[in-house]
Design a protein around this ligand. Structure first.
Ligand code: NAD
Length: 509
């Protein structure tokens, strides 16, 4: 990323600085984009604010039509979009098609389900308030700022963009500086669908532009990126008490029980650990295998890993590291694991090149190694044996992160899955939950908080509005300064009938 001053003029009147995005496989410049400053960010938020009334007045059905139209446009231009992702992020074209396809499915789900999830719903008013009709409805917040990462530049921000829009908000989107062209593609196609209205707006730039968005007049920030930046985002948002959703990093494990299908588990671990060059927030970074099947699992894993290689050509199963500075992190994690007593059974520190990292599998890595405790974000797997599923759960949970994970097994798999302290787990597959639009997506601990996707993801971009309507006069008039003692006593009697029953707790032994 280099910042160069170009003669264009910014909203502030000063020359507009720009930055380039690069193809990480070739180093070629893919595009040049403005570095938006305070004035440009404020202007984008003001435009979104103005478009808000039109977008809200459309109602759920009107917005649905536009969102479904956008979904169709993206589907028709899938190859173009995937090509942009391929060139700026370096991932294979086929992986980019898959990513965009899943994002498109989320647009359709959010558009179609917003009325039912967010529209007025009756709520039981309870015996004490039975003279009231109670309901709740979910109102849009106004303008939502979305800050995205580069690793899944379509799928990841779409979890906020589509859901915030379907809920009735307008949006200002700041894509990663590594994939600004993908962000531009998404905003341009949507803007075309709404005939130029600034409902979904783009600002581009580096971290400072993101910071301007956090401190601008927005009603919520949806951030996806590293935990370290998430903390800065939260601190900046605290200034105006702007609420935030934080979708941050992870250190997910895949657990293999003794009754697991070892071939399927190995295939899943390899795909989830290596695809997208390991740059997946919900990717597998650790594998805990029941000691009784550790050796056959390792043989299967190494057999399947044979011949796998990265590349930008058709034979490459994954691409280069999108962010060159991550290469040092990956190398340092591998070196630290080996220095502490771990073994590289495939690849190793030498596997880290100038752009690509060859598949690397480490075993018997001490649990205090960086490769176990920190997010590596490279095509590496740490595979350690465990004596039983209790130990697998304990080690899995001994992390500051808590994003997702997977369990392979039969008898105990569901039980193990629910004991993992994370937002999402898939049993006998990997990352399946991300492709089920009705499920919430998000983590706990250093992986963040708040949810995108599903009904929770729609509600995340709204505030609940409770309404009661008096249907008839109350039997007892409690809300009156004229309430007499008799009425209070009748209320106390009713309360005793309703809640004064004997405890069902067991007697003290
Ligand atoms: P990053 O934190 O470096 O950047 C993310 C975004 O934040 C970028 O747009 C960046 O410009 C912006 N930014 C940087 N500094 C900022 C600041 N001070 N204020 C506001 N915005 C700022 O992350 P990245 O390298 O782009 O993405 C990789 C990380 O994202 C990994 O840790 C990965 O696990 C995580 N991730 C999480 C999810 C999830 O859903 N939980 C999904 C994808 C990626």
């Amino acid at each position: 990323m280099t910042a160069t001053i170009e003669p264009d003029v910014a909203a502030s009147g000063a020359p507009q600085p720009t930055f380039d995005s690069f193809n990480p496989a070739t180093g070629d410049v893919v595009g040049t984009h403005p570095i938006d400053g305070r004035a440009e960010v404020d202007a984008a938020v003001a435009a979104a604010r103005e478009a808000s009334a039109w977008w809200q007045e459309l109602g759920f059905d009107g917005r649905k039509e536009y969102l479904l139209q956008w979904r169709s446009v993206l589907t028709r231009r899938l190859n173009q979009l995937a090509d942009q992702v391929h060139r700026e992020g370096g991932k294979p074209h086929g992986d980019a098609v898959l990513e965009a396809g899943l994002a498109i499915d989320h647009i359709a789900w959010a558009a179609k389900h917003a009325p039912k999830v967010l529209g007025r719903q009756k709520v039981s008013s309870g015996l004490l308030m039975s003279n009231q009709a109670a309901s709740v409805e979910y109102h849009p917040l106004g303008v939502v700022g979305v800050i995205g990462p580069w690793n899944y530049p379509v799928f990841t921000p779409m979890g906020s963009l589509a859901y915030a829009l379907a809920a009735g908000n307008t949006v200002v989107f700041k894509p990663s500086e590594y994939t600004p062209g993908v962000g531009r593609f998404l905003v341009d196609t949507f803007t075309e669908v709404v005939h130029g209205r600034p409902v979904l707006n783009l600002v581009t730039g580096l971290g400072e532009t993101g910071n301007h968005l956090c401190t601008a007049d927005v009603d919520k920030i949806a951030f996806t990126g590293s935990s370290a930046t998430g903390k800065k985002v939260m601190a900046a948002c605290a200034e105006n008490l702007t609420p935030v959703v934080i979708e941050a990093g992870g250190k997910d494990s895949l657990i293999v029980d003794e009754d697991a299908d070892l071939r399927a588990a190995a295939e899943a671990a390899l795909w989830c650990g290596m695809s997208n060059a390991g740059q997946t927030c919900i990717g597998t970074e650790r594998v805990y295998v029941h000691e009784r099947v550790f050796d056959p699992f390792m043989s299967e894993l190494l057999k399947q890993a044979e011949g796998l290689r990265p590349g930008y050509d058709d034979g490459g199963v994954y691409g280069p590291a999108t962010m060159p500075k991550q290469l040092d992190v990956i190398r340092s994690h591998i070196e630290d694991a080996i220095a502490k007593g771990g073994t590289a059974v495939l690849g190793g520190a030498d596997a880290v090149g100038d752009r690509y990292v060859q598949p690397t599998i480490l075993t018997h890595v001490p649990e205090d190694s960086l490769a176990v405790t920190e997010e590596t974000f490279g095509p590496t797997l740490v595979v350690n044996p465990v004596k039983d599923m209790d130990e697998a759960v304990e080690l899995t949970n001994a992390t500051k992160y808590g994003l997702a994970g997977a369990v392979f097994g039969k008898k105990r798999a569901m039980d193990v899955a629910s004991r993992i302290r994370s937002g999402m787990t898939s049993v006998n597959s990997v990352i399946a939950f991300a492709a089920v639009p009705g499920l919430p997506f998000g983590g706990v601990g250093d992986s963040g908080f708040g949810r995108i996707h599903g009904p929770d993801g729609l509600r995340e971009f709204t505030y609940p509005k409770a309404i009661t309507r008096q249907k008839m006069k109350p039997i007892m008039m409690l809300q009156s300064l004229a309430r007499d003692e008799k009425t209070t006593n009748r209320f106390a009697q009713l309360l005793t009938v309703l809640h004064g029953g004997a405890s069902t707790l067991p007697k003290k032994p």
